[in-house]
Design a protein around this ligand. Structure first.
Ligand code: SAM
Length: 225
């Protein structure tokens, strides 16, 4: 899969995409990441990407023209396997289920908003989807885009090794992943549950399912409704 990120801060992604699973997958060719500087689609000496909102109010908005020009230059002929996603606090909330749906596309292009947001014509006439990563306001869409790229990337074939497989994880079923422990079996007097030390696979599986259910009830009862 190919991920495109349209941003006024291209260096922003040096951190998130330079290490870990996504970086490894990019190096091995399992995915490709292209970062596009929105200012490349401006036509004035100041490389202006923003302007004041009609009707007055705080701050500036990203102008529509550079964004439309950029997307149309990146994909001159858009196909159904290419999806434009606008990052927005007003969007529908991103979930693991949406991440799974996004793995069906060949290419995803993320428009990262800044300032007070983006001219609404981008949401209405250019983006296929408007996604939020949660009910809070970030100062830019880059963090949100990095979150979505990371979540989708680890679901792609060949990206995760067996040791960190995404099969038995939180949100793959109805409940959270089970709590887990590693060595030592006794740390400061806090002991690992006996069932996990038994070596009895069926018993361990049963215990884990029950522990996952208890944790879900305690921390995320909304998932069980
Ligand atoms: N005025 C906007 C509002 O109240 O909905 C907030 C604009 S925010 C300061 C600037 C940019 O950050 C947005 O255009 C969007 O791209 C990004 N952003 C902010 N919160 C976000 C969230 N929860 N999820 C995804 N992107 C977000």
């Amino acid at each position: 899969m190919k991920f495109h990120l349209l941003t006024i801060f291209p260096d922003y992604f040096e951190g998130p995409f330079r290490q870990g699973v996504v970086a490894r997958a990019a190096q091995s060719g399992s995915l490709e990441i292209k970062i596009h500087d929105l200012r490349n689609w401006t036509h004035d000496v100041h490389r202006t990407v923003d302007d004041r909102p009609f009707g007055g109010g705080e701050g500036m908005l990203l102008k529509p023209a550079p964004i439309f020009d950029a997307v149309e230059a990146i994909w001159p002929e858009r196909t159904l396997k290419q999806r434009v996603i606008l990052l927005s606090a007003q969007g529908r909330k991103f979930t693991q289920q949406i991440a799974r749906e996004l793995t069906e596309y060949d290419e995803l292009l993320f428009i990262c908003g800044r300032y007070e947001g983006v001219d609404e014509r981008v949401a209405e006439h250019l983006a296929d989807d408007e996604l939020s990563i949660g009910d809070y306001v970030l100062s830019g869409g880059e963090l949100g885009a990095a979150v979505i790229v990371d979540t989708v990337a680890r679901l792609l074939p060949g990206v995760l090794g067996n040791e960190d497989s995404s099969v038995n994880e939180s949100f793959t079923g109805d409940i959270l992943d089970c709590p887990q422990w590693t060595r030592p079996a006794d740390f400061r007097g806090w002991k690992v549950p006996d069932a996990l030390l038994s070596g009895h696979h069926a018993e361990i599986a049963k215990w884990r399912k029950q522990a996952a259910m208890e944790k879900t009830k305690r921390l995320r009862p909304d998932l069980l409704r």
